[in-house]
Design a protein. Sequence first.
Length: 213
Amino acid sequence: MSKIIGHYPALGYGFLTPYYDKIIGSVLPRSFRSEFVARMDIPWDAKILDFGTGTGEMILSLLDQYPLVEITGLDTDPIALKLARQKISKKNNVQVTQYDGGYLPFEDNHFDTVVSCLVFCNIGERGRFADEIYRVLKPNGRFYLCDFGYETKRWKRVIFRFLRSLSPLRALLKDSEDVVSRVLNDSKFNDLEFFYSINIITGTLNCCATVKR
């Protein structure tokens, strides 16, 4: 797997990262991460990887419902990680780590659960990253993914493609209209289970789970 040179800010531009939570909050329901987590089945003492942790909002949602788990947040964006560290500074069972965007810096079969929310739509080589997640998951470990699915409404696809055309990440985003299916079809995971959908103005977010067999 090639390494990412630098990092790709989630909103395309680094100067927007400090405003990420407010911008996403204006588009998505405030409760969407909590609803996502509420449908997960995670052991009370699980070791969890939050892949693409960003500003740490998914970590907080996980801790609200699973306060005793051990969470590692991983991201390439130093600005987002600075915000995440501020949020979790008093949490002893959480650590956030910056990495270079290549192979995941963990041993095989390391985590019970991996969670990723609105990450794969912003990266290339999705199948390879999914295979890395497969590698670091323990046997029978679960991978929970929330990202864009195929949008059946044409007007939403038009809005999505217009916004995508404005992003400096547009080369990566060219295949981002059905991220969930693409990720799983190009990786070692099988048996995809969809369990929650969120409709927003730019499309539909699909939440799903798959197991390492």
